[in-house]
Design a protein around this ligand. Structure first.
Ligand SMILES: Cc1cc2nc3c(=O)[nH]c(=O)nc-3n(C[C@H](O)[C@H](O)[C@H](O)COP(=O)(O)OP(=O)(O)OC[C@H]3O[C@@H](n4cnc5c(N)ncnc54)[C@H](O)[C@@H]3O)c2cc1C
Length: 294
């Protein structure tokens, strides 16, 4: 019987555990989660009748895997698409809430950007494309294409909303590969979007409807966690990983007794010569903030 230990009970660890159990019901799967609650950065709370999302507010329903995950967790009937009437978005600028304009006409009539900033956006189709293939930050990409003001006001807000990350540190190739492809293939984002609209290249940006659950996105990790039962151990911070006497890695949690995981030498040959991961790697685990989150 295969024993698998997953470090971290955020949505990634929980989803892997659920999928492992589905594919290999005989496997002994343990998820070790440092905090007293599952879900990691997905957290929804209710106060005075208002629902607060502390992390992501939903997921796009164009990814079948996410929908499958929700359905397999028994939440198929609770899927809740965002209300189309709530599509208005606001950005705080100059201590005022300003609505994000819809469509090109609305954009040029809006006071969200200065006249100079709006004119700079207009120049986008005429800005030379970068074709050296070298990655850059999202902010650097956006500044080149649409100018500093639009990049700092619009793109930074968009990146914070989607990735909760720092646009100066996020890789544009990883975060927005479709935009990079538009510049590479069409020399300009505007020209590329128009070409895709005409052809069958699909939308340039994210498509699909933002989807959540009546009591917030945390319903998803909570349901998966419940399905895992005792396999999920909360308040169990992993402090190191070391090899046992055999060439199989052992995973040690900060708790006693030690939690062991075996990986067959056949399926994980590269690990045989691997060095133990020192406890210091785990005493200050990579947190969201180190990964570019605010
Ligand atoms: C404000 C905000 C908005 C976001 N908006 C979106 C969005 O709109 N769309 C989108 O797709 N994504 C969004 N994200 C990103 C999304 O939330 C994350 O990508 C996703 O939740 C990460 O899941 P994860 O399981 O990989 O990591 P995490 O959620 O960070 O979970 C990692 C878990 O590992 C645990 N852990 C860490 N170290 C140890 C250890 N040593 N031992 C045991 N356990 C440990 C932690 O306690 C944590 O529970 C947003 C994030 C934030 C913060």
């Amino acid at each position: 019987m295969r024993t698998v230990v997953i470090v971290g009970g955020g949505i990634a660890g929980l989803a892997i555990a659920a999928e492992l159990r589905r594919r290999s019901p005989s496997a002994a799967v343990t998820v070790l989660e440092a905090s007293p609650r599952p879900g990691g950065s997905i957290r929804s709370t209710e106060e005075s009748g208002f629902l607060y999302e502390w992390g992501p507010t939903g997921f796009l329903d164009n990814a079948p895997d996410t929908l499958d995950l929700a359905r397999q967790a028994g939440l198929g009937h609770r899927l809740l698409p965002a209300n189309a009437e709530a599509a208005r978005r606001f950005v705080v600028r100059g201590q005022r809430l300003r609505e994000l304009p819809h469509g090109p006409l609305g954009f040029f009539a809006s006071s969200l950007l200065s006249a100079k900033g709006r004119l700079r956006v207009l120049r986008e189709p005429f800005v030379a494309a970068k074709r050296d293939g070298v990655d850059e930050s999202v902010l650097s990409f956006a500044t080149r294409r649409i100018g500093k003001e639009a990049a700092e006001v619009l793109v930074d807000a968009m990146v914070t909303g989607i990735w909760a990350g720092d646009s100066r540190r996020l890789s544009v190739v990883s975060a927005f590969p479709k935009l990079v492809a538009l510049e590479r293939e069409h020399g300009s984002l505007v020209r590329g979007m128009l070409a895709r609209k005409k052809g069958a290249g699909g939308p340039a940006g994210p498509s699909g409807t933002l989807t959540s659950f009546p009591e917030g996105l945390e319903e998803l990790p909570t349901a998966i966690a419940a399905s895992l039962g005792d396999s999920l151990r909360l308040s169990a911070r992993v402090t190191g990983i070391e090899h046992a006497t055999r060439p199989w890695p052992s995973c040690i949690s900060g708790l006693r007794p030690r939690t062991r995981a075996r990986s067959s030498p056949d399926s994980a040959p590269s690990r045989r010569g691997a060095k133990p991961i020192p406890s210091s790697e785990f005493s200050s685990p990579r947190t969201s903030s180190q990964a570019g989150h605010p």
